[in-house]
Design a protein around this ligand. Structure first.
Ligand code: CA
Length: 220
């Protein structure tokens, strides 16, 4: 899962990036509205944290442009403490949730998890596919209740597949959602992660759909 953090205040931006990376997300950052708009338009994100007060192009305009262009990723806006009018304007512009500054990082993480979950049509924080479970709160995966030990990238691949269980996910889609932009990407490494995951999972849980990609569990 990959998150775009748009925040011009360097300390807060660094704290957000650090907390999100620690929670297992690939993180990209933008510190102004123009770069944010470009990134959100060109790249694949599972959610966006968007500050509204930004240099070069304000956050509301960024959000309106994304929505006008049909970009539907979940967006959580960061508003000023007493900015109720900002919240209203943000929701009207297409925001999915908001948090007023200052906020607790745990609350932001919980809201993001919920947004990503709902975008995938999942109501519960624990995702399940046959004997496989993924607790999106703790970041723990288990088979028949037995915990799996996963590397960061294996976790991201598995989390993306579980959020899209039953759907065919292409290699390039997986690559886009497990790496941040500045990472040296190689879609062949996705195959390596899949091979490693298969060794840790029950046989045939990850199906190769020839020429298309991978599918976790039975077709939807
Ligand atoms: Ca700001």
């Amino acid at each position: 899962m990959r998150i775009l953090v748009v925040e011009d205040e360097p300390t807060l931006a660094a704290q957000l990036a650090e907390a999100l990376a620690a929670a297992g997300y690939a993180v990209d950052r933008a510190d102004n509205g123009v770069d944010a708009h470009f990134l959100g338009d060109a790249e694949a994100f599972d959610a966006v944290v968007l500050d509204l007060g930004l240099p070069r192009l304000d956050g509301l305009s960024v959000l309106r442009r994304w929505r006008a262009a049909g970009r539907t990723m979940p967006v959580l806006i960061l508003t000023a403490r007493d900015g109720w009018h900002e919240k209203v304007a943000g929701i009207d512009a297409g925001a999915d949730d908001y948090l007023a500054k200052p906020f607790h990082m745990e609350e932001l993480l919980a809201r993001l998890r919920a947004l990503i979950r709902r975008a995938g049509g999942h109501a519960s924080a624990e995702l399940r596919c046959g004997p496989l479970t993924l607790d999106t709160r703790s970041g723990r995966a288990a088979v028949d209740g037995q915990a799996l030990t996963l590397t960061g990238h294996e976790y991201r691949v598995l989390a993306y597949l579980m959020h899209h269980a039953g759907e065919v996910v292409s290699r390039s889609e997986l690559t886009e959602h497990i790496y941040a932009q500045d990472f040296d990407r190689d879609s062949n490494t996705v195959e390596v992660f899949i091979a490693r995951l298969r060794k840790k999972l029950p046989p045939d849980l990850i199906e190769t759909v020839r020429g298309l990609g991978y599918r976790l569990g039975a077709p939807r």
